[in-house]
Design a binder for this molecule. Sequence first.
Ligand SMILES: NCc1[nH]cc(CCC(=O)O)c1CC(=O)O
Length: 310
Amino acid sequence: MTDKPIRIATRKSPLAMWQAEFVKDALEQAHPGLIVELVPMVTKGDIILDTPLAKVGGKGLFVKELEVAMLENRADIAVHSMKDVPVEFPEGLGLVTICEREDPRDAFVSNSFNTIDELPAGAVVGTSSLRRQCQLRAQRPDLVVKDLRGNVNTRLRKLDDGEYDAIILACAGLKRLKMDDRIRDAIAPEISLPAVGQGAVGIECRLDDARVRTLLGALNHQDTATRVLCERAMNNRLQGGCQVPIGSYSELQGDEIWLRALVGEPDGSKIVRGEISGPVADAETLGTQLAEQLLDEGAKDILDKLYGNA
Ligand SMILES: NCc1[nH]cc(CCC(=O)O)c1CC(=O)O
């Protein structure tokens, strides 16, 4: 089982490298004698830095090159932020493991203010996420939302350079990079519902690679997997991508799963919210049901408009 090294295809950003190293360490710990190597590579999402992701278009900007590497047998697994993983996988590849979730909340980061509420009218907030923008503008239409791209370190530098009064990032990325001290406020899900899968790391591999799938089994965290699959089923039914403001967050409560979701207009002028709960065993069905509920209650109109079907 442990003779051949496992090669991890990874992006080169500090967060991606941290996540790949984390999986390497966990695999080597779980399987003494196993050797795991990193194969760093550049993706389209890393190259196109000057355009908001929502305008670049196409799903899976950060994962395609990694998938090609696995299909061409230049790598065996890819480690992803679940938030960036598209709904569908290329033939022969699939997500087989989801690791324990880090803090799923959005983070308010600023050098001058402690919370969104403290921001004065006209303050400039950096984010390129339509989901974050939508929820921010819904509560504070008086704020100015300005695009902010680049990896976590680049975004923090732009804040420090004074381009923004505050920025919104994921708590998970900051915590993993040991920059917890940058989090002025972990924003409650009621204020900013996180992205599908936010805070969770997933592992993709060739589905016919039985050896690797068995080795990866040790890293799966079932509670996280249930939650993320529930949130993804919701998103899947909506055909959500990064062009649409969609938030979705589930929590386990004993044998039940509680899922909340929203679809909104990018400017926050309209938000359709819903929630559902039921047995953990029905997690994915519940996700689909909540999506249908949202579509009936107005999400369909928002999505049709954003995708140009109206
Ligand atoms: N879209 C980039 C991205 N993908 C995953 C994370 C954070 C870590 C995570 O959600 O697991 C980030 C950065 C951010 O949103 O601040």
